[in-house]
Design a protein around this ligand. Structure first.
Ligand code: GRF
Length: 234
């Protein structure tokens, strides 16, 4: 049976769009459908997208005060899986408790590095560049009570290139998010990946080498390209 998804988004909603595109093509509607979009910003692009695609769209205040209202919305729309796509608030603990193992987030760096409170938007990419790291990436993980902390479900490396600005790196990582995030959501919706008793994902969702070709092609350092290629095909 198709899983009913709620997407929580604070901003423009490009990951929401990518997820919607993925689920409405190739017969994937039988895996999951986006049944509700929630935002803590009434003017979020994500809400506008939902309205224009006949998806229930609700603005709700964030923070712990919003927990009961959030749960009430999730119940009334019979939501199976909660997906954070650029949601900037901490998910209230009553929501995490009820949906543990059924809440996912996408983050624009390789967690556990460059995550946590205050690490969002361009700040993440600025910190990666300032650190001198040669590789960043995208992470999809289960959500727990702490920012960017739950078990990793999927990761995909993205090179940091010389001359990168936070904006350039953000755009490169976002392309990967748009591919990785829907695939990871589908894997959890189909119970191919779950949260185990030790608080880890039962499997790691690994992208295949074909999907990663454009990432590899953009790397101008042959040794790094080879290292990432080997890691992806392992
Ligand atoms: C993405 O980079 C995501 O990783 C992070 O917030 C950003 C949201 O972008 N959590 P969008 O609203 O999906 O375009």
């Amino acid at each position: 049976m198709s899983s009913r998804l709620a997407v929580l988004a604070s901003g423009r909603g490009s990951n929401l769009r990518a997820l919607h595109e993925y689920l409405t093509h190739g017969g994937r509607g039988s895996i999951a459908q986006i049944s509700l979009v929630l935002s803590d910003h009434a003017d979020a692009g994500a809400l506008a997208f939902a309205k224009s695609h006949d998806i229930a769209a609700v603005a709700i205040e964030g923070g712990t005060l919003g927990g009961e209202r959030l749960l009430a919305q999730l119940h009334s729309h019979r939501i199976d899986l909660v997906v954070l796509a650029g949601y900037l608030r901490l998910v209230p603990s009553n929501v995490v408790n009820e949906y543990r193992g059924r809440i996912l987030n996408v983050h624009p760096a390789l967690l556990p590095a460059f995550g946590g409170s205050g690490m969002y938007g361009l700040r993440v990419h600025a910190a990666v560049i300032a650190s001198g790291a040669r590789v960043s990436g995208a992470t999809v993980h289960f959500v727990d009570e702490r920012y960017d902390h739950g078990a990793v479900i999927a990761q995909w490396p993205v090179p940091v290139l010389s001359g990168d600005t936070p904006q350039l790196l953000a755009a490169r990582v976002l392309r990967v998010e748009h591919a990785l995030f829907p695939a990871a959501v589908a894997a959890v919706a189909q119970s191919r990946i779950a949260l185990d008793q030790n608080g880890r994902a039962t499997h790691m969702h690994l992208p295949n080498l074909d999907d990663a070709t454009y990432v590899l092609d953009s790397i101008d350092d042959a040794a790094l390209r080879k290292a990432i290629g080997i890691a992806l095909s392992a």
